[in-house]
Design a protein around this ligand. Structure first.
Ligand code: ADP
Length: 255
């Protein structure tokens, strides 16, 4: 597998009228193509800040990011971003929401329209193409938001707590469902979550951050002895509890 993303010695602080808020200290890690990494850490430690830096929305104070071998600023690699709220527009149909990014980026062609239809069909939204977002369940809305991201053919997907607005039951099924779609589409993905069971059921590797300013406390590869490595099978596997407890312990050590 090719290395797609590389972060080296990233530092970042927010500056405002009240002074400086250091958010990230010396973050370095790399990802291979198709890898799924979960980032966990105490609330307010700097997880979203880190995603914003990878998305190019914030500039690190020190350090470098390479994506497909090029510096982030020079890179043409498409990065997809999925947030906690699906941000579907109620006045647009599901299909028109899905093609919104294509429209904005002047990428709406016969081929990309076709791709939008294909993805909606594949992921169970065929009958809802002309529905308004309010007619869909929370899970389906999240699927539609994912399709809207996937149709732009991102090479790297950034997921910032994308399931946390859903109730517990829905979060479980939607998290597993979306995780499987991302695997099927062979996307490189970074998931920020406060839900340890979500991280353990979905990721190849978990990066545990310290409290703010965040630095990497530990990186834990997740290896499951399963014939079919699905989120649901992971949740029922003996390794699940071991990994969950390991991460829990790491997050609750005070040094
Ligand atoms: P997390 O995603 O881990 O909860 P964030 O990355 O959102 O944490 O925030 C990290 C820290 O930076 C928090 O203490 C937060 O209050 C602070 N912060 C976030 N955005 C800003 C901002 N625009 N200005 C100043 N401080 C900020």
């Amino acid at each position: 597998m090719e290395q797609i993303l590389e972060l080296k010695h990233i530092h970042f602080a927010y500056h405002n009228m009240d002074g400086e808020t250091p958010a990230l200290t010396d973050i370095s890690f790399a990802m291979k193509e198709g890898e799924f990494v979960a980032i966990v850490g105490p609330s307010g430690c700097g997880k979203s800040t880190l995603l914003s830096i990878i998305a190019g929305l914030l500039e690190p104070e020190k350090g470098l990011i390479r994506i497909n071998g090029k510096f982030l600023r020079e890179s043409t690699t498409n990065i997809g971003y999925m947030l906690q709220h699906d941000q579907l527009f109620e006045w647009r149909t599901i299909y028109n929401n899905v093609i919104l990014g294509l429209e904005v980026q002047h990428m709406l062609t016969a081929r990309t329209r076709e791709k939008a239809h294909e993805l909606l069909d594949t992921y169970g939204l065929k009958q809802f193409k002309n529905a308004k977002p309010s007619e869909l369940s929370g899970g389906m809305r999240q699927r539609a938001a994912l399709v809207r991201t996937l149709v732009l053919e991102p090479e790297v997907l950034l997921l910032d707590e994308p399931f946390s607005a859903l109730d517990y039951q829905t979060r479980l099924t939607v998290g597993d469902d979306i995780g499987q779609i991302i695997r099927r589409e062979k996307k490189t993905a970074i998931l920020v979550t406060h839900d340890l069971s979500e991280a353990v059921s979905l990721a190849d590797r978990v990066i545990i951050l310290t409290k703010r300013p965040a630095t990497i406390q530990q990186t834990l590869p997740l290896i499951f002895d399963l014939e079919q490595d699905t989120p649901l099978n992971r949740r029922n596997a003996p390794e699940f509890k071991t990994y969950f407890n390991l991460i829990w312990k790491e997050l609750n050590t005070d040094d």
